[in-house]
Each structure stands twice: as structure tokens, then as C-alpha cells.
Design a protein around this ligand. Structure first.
Ligand code: OAD
Length: 282
């Protein structure tokens, strides 16, 4: 049976309805789990080179890309195939509907590189992809805007498939400069041009409510966003099947934990926010 959002959520919405600033959603791999994309720290998250298994933390690095670009590219093309085979789920769709209703009263910061929020209909202007997008590449030699990976690279990359000459040639710029995946690696820093660092920090300070969905908070910026919102006394709602560090941010009475999946809670919460704020959007 569907669980009710409960009186605490109604109190929060009553409190923020007259505030300014967007309702900020911060999402992680958990929101795409019901689309069939393995979470980052789930069992599918390993990486194989030869006979050895690596964890992404060892391999998703600039250092590894410099040492073995073909292997790193092959891994990302495989993961890109998994993402492109997946469809947005009810939680993604609910956030696209909510943006349509709230306009600038809505903002989304996502750690997911799968592009599913955009495919569901969220706009690039209000979606900060702070870890990049697996469908894009940029120059490996100098800073450059990201561009889509050519369609001709194909979407049927299995985990075992190695990079061939044809793909290698497509993963270059017209002057022959090699491309890299447009994703943030573990030995790299957030920035504004690629990953919307400043925009994400600013919206954390300006938001009226923060909703955190499906993340362990294992990286720096997402937790920082939570801390900024908590320090400013903003209400925080956490949606996750398990507890995480966001649940204990700031004063306990400012954080509400909706335990369960994104599919169970996000459409219901988004619909209720739209009912309360749709007409009063910024
Ligand atoms: P994780 O794999 O660390 O965490 C997934 C979270 O989703 C966990 O808290 C699960 O409890 C939760 N979860 C699982 N199924 C869910 C469901 N159906 N609905 C809602 N929540 C569910 O993924 P992230 O926290 O997104 O960064 O990982 C963050 C970052 O860690 C990644 O973007 C990556 C890595 O460092 C970089 O690559 C820079």
C-alpha cells in the first residue's frame, strides 16, 4: 500500500511555500537504479583489464587514461551502452514535470552521468551535471566544450569489447587531437566550465528546500551542498532505502528521512510540491 508523505512534509511545504529560491533536488545513482542502471558502488561496478578486476576508484582517473586510453575508453563506451539502453523511470519523469510547473523555482544537481534527467525532459539550463555526461567527450589536450560522442561509435559495446581502429579514429577531433570522456575523474577537481561547481554552490545557498535522492554522499561537492543548505537552516528531505550522511546533517528537526526507493517517493513528493507551489513559483 502507498505510504503517506505525512504531516512533517506538509509542515515543510507550508513553511517554504512563501519563500524565494528554487526547490533544489540533488540526485545520485539510486534514482536510476529502477531504470536498470547499476549504482556506482553496487556489484556491477567493477572494471576488468586482462584478467584483473579493478574498482572504478582505481581506474576512473586521469592517470589511468594517460596510461591506457583504449581500456578507459572501452569501459566508458560499455557503460554508455548500458545508459543508452535504459529509459527514464517514474522518478525522472516526475522531476521533468515539476520543472515544467515551477520554472525557475526548480533546480536539479545530479551526480549521474547517464543523461536520464535530460532525456526525461529536464532542461540543461536547470540541470547541473556535476560529474559530467557519459554521452559526451571533450579534448584531452586542452580545455574545450564537450560535444556528443559520434553516433557512429555505436551502442553495442559489451564489457569485453576492445577499442578498434575505427572507434579510435572517431574519438578524435578534426585536427587529430584525442578526445576524453566528459566525466569527472577521481584525481580531478570540480570546476564551473565543465561541471557547474560555482552554480551548484550558489544554488545550495539560495534554495528554499533541498531534496536528496539516491546517493551515499561519497564525494565532496554533494555533501558540501547538503552542508551549505543545513548551515542556512533550509529544510532537507532525504529519499533513500538506507540511511546516509545527509540524514544527520545540521539540526535533526530540519532533516526528514523518507525511507524507500525513488520510485516510491519522488513522484508523490514532486506532485505535492507542484500542488502547493505550482502557482506560486518564482
Ligand atoms: P552510490 O552507488 O554510491 O550510491 C547509490 C545510493 O542509492 C545508495 O545510497 C543506495 O542506498 C541508493 N539506492 C539504491 N537503490 C535505490 C532506489 N531504488 N531509490 C533510491 N535510492 C536507491 O552512488 P552515488 O551516491 O550516486 O563520482 O555515487 C556518487 C558518486 O560516487 C558517483 O557519481 C561517482 C562516485 O564517486 C564520480 O565518478 C566522480
Amino acid at each position: 500500500m502507498a505510504r503517506e508523505l505525512g504531516p512533517r512534509i506538509e509542515e515543510i511545504l507550508e513553511e517554504v511555500v512563501g519563500d524565494t529560491g528554487p526547490v533544489l533536488w540533488l540526485t545520485g545513482a539510486g534514482i536510476s537504479a529502477e531504470s536498470g542502471i547499476p549504482t556506482f558502488r553496487g556489484e556491477e561496478g567493477y572494471w576488468q583489464v586482462g584478467s584483473r578486476h579493478y574498482q572504478p576508484q582505481e581506474m576512473a582517473t586521469w592517470r589511468s587514461f594517460c596510461r591506457m586510453p583504449d581500456e578507459v575508453w572501452a569501459w566508458y563506451l560499455y557503460r554508455r551502452s548500458v545508459c543508452r539502453a535504459a529509459d527514464p523511470n517514474s522518478a525522472h519523469r516526475a522531476l521533468a514535470d515539476l520543472e515544467e510547473a515551477l520554472g525557475d523555482g526548480f533546480c536539479l544537481v545530479t551526480q549521474n552521468v547517464d543523461g536520464l534527467h535530460l532525456r526525461a525532459g529536464n532542461s540543461l539550463a536547470r540541470t547541473y551535471q556535476i560529474h559530467g555526461n557519459i554521452d559526451y567527450m571533450r579534448r584531452a589536450d586542452v580545455d574545450s566544450p564537450a560535444i556528443p560522442i559520434p553516433e557512429t561509435v555505436g551502442e553495442d559495446w559489451t564489457r569485453e569489447r576492445a577499442l578498434d581502429d575505427e572507434a579510435r579514429a572517431l574519438l578524435c577531433f578534426p585536427d587529430g587531437a584525442p578526445a576524453r570522456p566528459h566525466v569527472l575523474w577521481f584525481d580531478e577537481c570540480y570546476d564551473e566550465p565543465n561541471y557547474r561547481l560555482d552554480s551548484a554552490v550558489s544554488v545550495a545557498a539560495a534554495c528554499r528546500l533541498l531534496v536528496v535522492v539516491g546517493t551515499t554522499g561519497g564525494t565532496n561537492l554533494p555533501l558540501q551542498i547538503g552542508m551549505i543548505a543545513a548551515r542556512r537552516g533550509k529544510p532537507i528531505i532525504v529519499i533513500n532505502p538506507e540511511s546516509n550522511p545527509f540524514v544527520s546533517l545540521g539540526d535533526s528537526d530540519r532533516v526528514t528521512f523518507l525511507q524507500g526507493t525513488a520510485g516510491a517517493w519522488v513522484p508523490r513528493l514532486a506532485a505535492r510540491i507542484e500542488e502547493r507551489m505550482g502557482s506560486a513559483a518564482v
